[in-house]
Design a protein around this ligand. Structure first.
Ligand SMILES: Cc1cc2nc3c(=O)[nH]c(=O)nc-3n(C[C@H](O)[C@H](O)[C@H](O)COP(=O)(O)O)c2cc1C
Length: 360
């Protein structure tokens, strides 16, 4: 089956990328993938080796798994890594050193899970779901900024804010989860973007003007993958442009399949639209080189066969996006990027869902 695939010359995707102080050897990014393998939030040597292995095999930029800020409800499993506290930061420092020693670049994905800003559930058994108070909001913004500063101090090359997939910032964006009546709520997406904007501003103030700040955003709703947060390009602009002005350098436009057009009347994908609106670099993602999407993996345990990336190349050559994130292929095969570069397509290991449980 795989022999029938018509591969092309993908060397354009191996051109270097530079933005502010971020220099990448090629356009491939490892997508952030939560692995839940850091006991009590502390990344160990296996995590160091996992990321180091991918840097050695020529991934341009590694986005780490989601790592959490210092707030009581920022994570939903204890072995998700922290991005605060001496022992966790010491673990991350070793990760940075390993990636740099192998010629790679790395950014942490900084995270706060939901539930929602209007019905917020701290993990304590003694507290019931409660609306985040003004003090909770202020402390959460400050905790995002503190983690961003740790990223800078540890020598990370950039950082990514998780503003997608139903996590806390995204839940402020959505009308059904954000029913607040204070200045963080509102009828329009633009109004509900305020929390995200303030997180970005606080992070920008903490890291200074030069460090590249990436923000991941998505359109789908956590209970409805067909839904769109911004239903028109104009609404998209009203949401994204203020985030760009607040200090986001690069938008990471999360899709399940990168070739799906975002709005009628154009074949631009989500990353293409954000680049068109903001003029800033974007990252595309979603089933790159794979014939199944991530929700099929999560809901049905689907693995996947390799596909070519000719359509990706066509869109890249057209200038729709600058970087390409690859998730499951790089989880499965640390050498995916190197094998594509060397045109060793038949050596690429097909994705198997059982690999989700293994940190290799
Ligand atoms: C095991 C696993 C964990 C993931 N964890 C995160 C995460 O922590 N943050 C995030 O933004 N996306 C997460 N994702 C989504 C991926 O970053 C990516 O967007 C998705 O897998 C689609 O890319 P792919 O088709 O190349 O796998 C995760 C995906 C997988 C498979």
């Amino acid at each position: 089956m795989r022999n029938k695939i018509r591969y092309m010359d993908y060397s354009a995707l191996f051109s270097p990328f530079q933005y502010k102080g971020l220099h990448l050897r090629n356009r491939f990014v490892m997508a952030p993938m939560t692995r839940v393998k850091s006991p009590d939030g502390i990344p160990g040597q296996d995590v160091v080796d996992y990321y180091g292995r991918r840097a050695l095999a020529e991934v341009g930029l590694i986005l780490t798994e989601g790592t959490v800020i210092d707030r009581p409800a920022s994570k939903n499993e204890k072995d998700i890594p922290n991005f605060h506290g001496e022992a966790s930061l010491e673990g991350w420092k070793k990760v940075v050193q390993a990636v740099h020693a192998n010629g790679g670049a790395i950014a942490p994905q900084i995270w706060h899970v939901g539930d929602s800003p209007s019905k917020w559930t701290p993990p304590s058994p003694f507290e019931s779901p409660a609306t985040m108070s003004a003090a909770d909001v202020a402390q959460t913004i400050a905790a995002f900024a503190a983690s961003a500063k740790y990223a800078k101090d540890l020598g990370f090359d950039a950082l990514e804010i998780h503003g997608a997939h139903g996590y806390l910032i995204d839940q402020f964006f959505w009308h059904d989860s954000n029913t607040r009546t204070d200045e963080y709520g509102g009828k329009t997406l633009k109004e509900r973007a305020r929390f995200g904007i303030e997180v970005v501003k606080a992070i920008r103030a903490a890291v200074g003007p030069d460090m590249v700040v990436i923000m991941r955003v998505s359109q789908w709703h956590r209970t409805d993958y067909q839904a769109k947060l911004a239903s028109t390009p104009a609404e998209l602009e009203s949401w994204i442009q203020p985030l760009a002005e607040a200090g986001v350098d690069i938008f990471h436009a999360s899709q399940r399949r990168y070739w799906i057009p975002e709005y009628d009347g154009s074949d631009l994908n989500f990353a293409g639209w954000i680049k068109k609106i903001t003029g800033q670099p974007t990252i595309t993602v979603g089933s790159v080189g794979l014939n199944t999407d991530v929700m099929e993996t999560f809901s049905k345990g689907a693995g996947g066969d390799n596909t070519d990336i000719n359509e990706l190349l066509r869109r890249f050559d057209r200038g729709d996006f600058d970087l390409v994130a690859v998730g499951r292929q790089l989880l499965q095969d640390p050498e995916w990027v190197k094998k594509v570069k060397e045109q060793r397509f038949s050596d690429i290991k097909p994705f198997e869902a059982k690999s989700l449980g293994v940190l290799y």
